[in-house]
Design a protein around this ligand. Structure first.
Ligand SMILES: O=P(O)(O)OC[C@H]1O[C@](O)(CO)[C@@H](O)[C@@H]1O
Length: 184
């Protein structure tokens, strides 16, 4: 019998995902100004987050899966905590798992009526995201927030719905305290 050496590694608490079919992208503030409430006098070259995804699966094949890791830098934008863009899945039958790898964060969730709540993320925490919920990661700590993910290749990303009807809460760090602000 042929035995193949592993081609991809994710030493979950030690390293990022490395190997064949691993894609990496970085999001800078200049590409994400629209999600923050105030971007006056900010450095647009600030790195917000890096996403690693192991994409051996096919986006056309129902039941196939991706594996990912997102690392959000411990930065704020005029006191607003660093966050991912956030999205619904295009196919709302597709759920997703998130799990905390490092740092401290919030998983912001929103249903189709705009009801918004959050789950706290810490190292080892596990989060099931129903396919009908919009999701966004927020770094509320002083360290990089690392969050692993597993989701169906056919889920897709719907950013438009979030732009039209944003998450109802914003999260700020003021004098080292986390403050939630409800949008009008
Ligand atoms: O595309 P967004 O909303 O910026 O978020 C990136 C996130 O999307 C995913 O790639 C998959 O849902 C996550 O791994 C990652 O945190």
């Amino acid at each position: 019998m042929k035995v193949i050496e592993p081609q991809v590694f994710h030493k979950i608490y030690e390293d990022v995902i490395q190997g064949e079919h691993v894609k990496v992208y970085q999001k800078y503030l200049r590409e994400a100004t629209g999600i923050y409430s105030d971007t006056t006098e900010v450095d647009l070259d600030t790195l917000l987050y890096t996403v690693y995804s192991y994409e051996a699966g096919s986006p056309e094949k129902t039941g196939d899966l991706y594996w990912g890791l997102t690392i959000l830098e411990p930065v704020t934008v005029n006191e607003e905590c660093n966050m991912t863009r956030g999205h619904f899945h295009l196919d709302q039958n597709c759920a997703e798992f998130y799990f905390g790898v490092s740092g401290t964060g919030l998983l912001l969730l929103m249903d189709k009526n705009g009801e918004t709540w959050a789950e706290k993320i810490t190292k080892g925490s596990l989060h099931h995201i129903d396919g009908q919920l919009a999701h966004r990661l927020i770094n509320i700590g002083e360290e990089p927030l690392g969050v692993g993910a597993c989701w169906p290749t056919t889920a897709g990303h719907d950013y438009g719905a979030i732009e039209e009807k944003p998450f109802r809460y914003r999260v700020f760090k003021r004098n080292k305290k986390i403050v939630f602000e409800e949008s009008e």
